[in-house]
Structure formats: structure tokens, C-alpha cells
Design a protein around this ligand. Sequence first.
Ligand code: NDP
Ligand code: MG
Length: 383
Amino acid sequence: MSKKIAILGATGSIGSQTLQVVDMFPADFEVVALAAGSNVQLLAEQVVKYKPRLVAVMDETKLAEFKRAVAGLDVEVVVGSDGLNAVATMAEVNYVVSAVSGRIGLVPTLAAIRAGKDIGLANKETLVAAGALVMEAARAYGVSVLPIDSEHSAIFQCLERERQAVERLILTASGGPFLGYTRAQLQNVTKTAALHHPNWSMGAKITIDSATLMNKGLEVIEAHWLFDMAWDKICVIVHPQSIIHSMVEYADGSILAHLGQPDMRIPIQYALTYPQRRANPLTKLDLVGKTLTFMEPDRETFPALQLAESAGRRGGTMPAVMNAANEAAVELLLQDRITFTAITKVVELVMARHQVINQPDLSQILDSDAWAREEVLHTAATI
Ligand code: NDP
Ligand code: MG
């Protein structure tokens, strides 16, 4: 029986690559619903090719254009946040790929879980903002949350063999485009340089997060929730080649690692076909001639990693605030309104002002998120 899938963020980097994986196994998957933000041209092309029955467009100003592009096709078009939720909870769907960028993915992902859908999770901000709520819901509704993020897919695969006597999870980080830079050098980097990742081609927000190392901080929090692992047992190591995607160290000193080409279609495929491992036509990793190197992350030059880790340990609404502040600050960088190093400065100042609510419910998390975004605007104007 084919899996009936919905993709939230269909027009993005992960969304498009998910559709490429579907193309590799056409008999196994039926794309029944798609959701996107504002790229209605690409979305319309996807509708023509995959014939989903339900499609959500977030940007209402693009609705008329989209409807013209799909006129005559048998597809229901919905709009805005309600539309996104409708795609996430559509009755026919049994598997939702959560791949919008940012905290906006939280509510539909939670709705999909509560509707009993298994989740392929790329949208790490969902777990950063509300990891406790999301994983609790997944347990209560008996759904699987399968990691798409390459580090977490790697750890998931290493842990499959053995979950006992785990000493620590070792998340690998490429180090981003500014690996080896000093603080002084970082002051002058441009947005364009930050948007140029050495190993991966991804959406703008995660690419900036990779340059500040915030991405790795978000991934530490993601790993904590996905694998129910104590903070002290999650560590980060820089591995510039991005060949080892992460590792698990066991009590006897053995380390299991997952290696592969830096190609997101590999972890996307595993999340979609799990528990099966299927042959695919993708380029395989040839290790001959490769050198693998490792080093400590530079936490002083890239304070975002530490900020995220401390937010995770503090818990309550702090990770949601840290995440929202980061999203808002990255947006300001993308609009050329702040510098690269200001991102982490702003996040730190907003976190320092936050009155944490312990064990928050969803509305308290969303309120804290909104508060943090407002604070970023005030703070950014003062630095
Ligand atoms: P992109 O920016 O490439 O794509 C984001 C997608 O979300 C697009 O389809 C976009 O639509 C849609 N979207 C954005 N805002 C909204 C909104 N308000 N409502 C509805 N849809 C919206 O991001 P990526 O694919 O790179 O990343 C997606 C997620 O996956 C992120 O959480 C990221 O951290 C995670 N991830 C990504 C990896 C990668 O290799 N790209 C690797 C590991 C994790 P549109 O473009 O039509 O406006
Ligand atoms: Mg990753």
C-alpha cells in the first residue's frame, strides 16, 4: 500500500527534494496534499505533476495568480494558517513531511500529530520551541516522528542497533563558511558570504544559522527531544568535510558513525521508507582520497551555540524565545538592517530580558515567541 503524504513547505529546499525522492519510488508514495508560502509558480508546477487533491497557499496576495495557474485541475485550494492546518490534518493523509522554515511549522505539525499522522520532521524549530509538548503528543497519539535533519537521521540509524549503554551523542558541524575566522574578522562579513554554505545548498534561514553556528545549537535541542537524551550527553564536534553526519559513543568506547554524501535526499528517503532501506540511483560516497578532520567548535567566536545550549538547559519558554529572537534577527540581516554579528548579540539581549514560564502550554509558547519578535525590533534599533 502506498503512503499517502502531505508536504508542508513543498516549494522549499527540503520540500522539493522530498518530491525528488517520491520520483525515485513512484509506486510507494502518493502526494495527496501540498502547502507552500508564496512561490505559487513552482507550487502550480508541482500540482500539475503530482496531482494532489488539496493545496494550501499561505500568501493570500498570491491566491488569484495560483488559482489561474491551476484552473481546470481537480484540486481544492485553501489559504493562510487554516489552509496549512487543513493540509496537515487531511483525512486521507497518513504521513506528513514537516518542512516549512521556522516556528510557523509548530502549529500544523502538532495538529498533524494530534490527527494521528506519522511525521517526517525537517522543521527543527518545532522541537526547539515546543519539544516537550510535541514529543508528549507523539507518544499520546502513537505516531512516529522520524528525523530528516541529517545529523538526527544519522544518530537515529546508529541508535537503531543498540539503545543501551549510550555514553553520548556526537553531533557533527561543518563549521559553516566562517570556520577559522576570528571575532574581528567576523565583524566585517557580508550577508552574501553568510549565504554561501561550503557543503550544503539550503534555504536562506538555515544557511545563516549554519554560519552563526545557531543551527548546531538548535540541533542539540532537537536531539535532546528526539532521543530523550540528557544535555550532558550531547556534544558537538566540528567536521568540515560533512562526510560523517553524526555519531553515537557507547560505554565500552565504541563509536558508531553514519557516513554518506552530503545529500539531503538520503535522510529524506530513510524517513520516508523507514524501516526499509532501499536502493537508489544517487551518487555514492567514495572514501578513497578523502581526509576526515575534527576539531572543537569555537564557542567564543560563535556564541550562538552556547546561547542555544543554555536556553535548552533552562527550558520552559526560554528555547522558544531564543528561537523566535534568532528568526527575527536573521530576517533583519536578510533585509540588510543589522550586521552578521548583531544576530547573536540581539538574541542574547532578548534572552536576558525574558521572564521564563516553566512547563508552558502552547498558547504561552506562542505568546513568548511573539514577545521575543517584538523585543528584537526594539533591541536591534539600539545596538
Ligand atoms: P526553504 O526556505 O528552502 O523552504 C521553506 C518552505 O516553507 C518553502 O516551501 C516556503 O514556501 C515555506 N514557507 C515559508 N514560510 C511559510 C509560511 N509562513 N507558511 C507556509 N509555508 C511557508 O527552507 P528549507 O527547505 O531549507 O528548510 C525547511 C526546514 O527544514 C527548516 O526548519 C530547516 O531548518 C530544516 N532543514 C533543512 C535542511 C536543508 O538542507 N535545506 C537540512 C536540515 C533541516 P515559499 O518558498 O513558497 O514561500
Ligand atoms: Mg542538520
